[in-house]
Design a protein around this ligand. Structure first.
Ligand SMILES: C[S@@+](CC[C@H](N)C(=O)[O-])C[C@H]1O[C@@H](n2cnc3c(N)ncnc32)[C@H](O)[C@@H]1O
Length: 227
């Protein structure tokens, strides 16, 4: 159960610490948790999904890979029905709106004990804004390619006092800590999309988005990404 995991989910697994008890929220097929167990990374996995059909496929896959003794399943909206004795929550393959509603419904996650590994599919700037406003700090973030697309995976802990500026919602400082080779492309893609969105707004350009774009264009720390 190594080669079949997508680069995107492998990157999420790379953030899990050895021995972690992991909650996989929106587990679908269950492959992330199964990989963590067959590779002896996690000590136990809670796998949950809001829909019955994917959850049942995860149950079957756990039997197929013989890890059923180290994984429990929960039909659950977010972590609503999960036990709370895990260390790391992985939430992958969802949009920002879903992730925000999952976090809003579980204020008990705001405890420095928990680490969140988030791989957001859409409106990621909105997720970073929300995290920053709610006292979550992005401690690490990386960019990777999977097929035709670039994805980011972030590690988040509850540590109030690290607010992000509008430009950092689009390109957070954590991305610069261990620059991935895809980073210049991610920067150019982010600037392109933001420019296109602002241009589409014509004379009603959103001033916060304009400020974000200006930050991305002028931040001296980002200039090397243009070369
Ligand atoms: C696109 S799949 C991603 C599956 C896997 N995490 C991945 O990244 O490949 C999204 C999964 O999240 C589940 N899901 C959506 N909203 C959810 C919620 N609020 N709570 C739990 N699961 C949810 C869906 O049923 C689906 O199985």
């Amino acid at each position: 159960m190594t080669s079949s995991l997508s680069p995107r989910l492998l990157a999420c697994c790379g953030f899990v610490a050895p021995g972690d008890r992991v909650a996989d929220v929106g587990c679908d097929h269950g492959y992330l948790g199964i990989h963590l167990l067959t590779n002896s990374i996690a000590s136990f996995v809670y796998a949950g999904d809001v829909n019955e059909a994917p959850l049942q496929s995860a149950v079957r896959n756990s039997q197929k890979y013989n890890v059923q003794n180290k994984i429990s399943f929960f039909l659950s909206d977010g972590v609503g029905n999960f036990p709370r004795d895990f260390d790391t929550m992985v939430c992958a393959g969802m949009g920002a709106d879903t992730m925000v509603s999952i976090l809003d419904a579980a204020p008990w996650l705001k405890d420095p004990h928990y680490r969140l590994i988030l791989q957001c599919q859409s409106k990621i700037h909105y997720l970073r804004k929300y995290l920053s406003e709610q006292g979550w700090r992005i401690t690490e973030e990386t960019v990777l390619r999977d097929g035709r697309f670039l994805y980011t995976v972030m590690e988040v802990v509850y540590q109030p006092g690290y607010t992000l500026t509008p430009g950092q919602w689009y390109f957070p400082p954590a991305l610069l800590e261990n620059p991935a080779k895809e980073l210049p492309e991610y920067y150019r893609q982010t600037v392109f999309r933001l420019t296109r969105a602002i241009t589409g707004q014509k004379e009603n350009a959103n001033p916060v988005m304009v400020q974000a774009l200006q930050e991305l264009a002028t931040n001296p720390d980002l200039q090397f990404l243009k070369e």
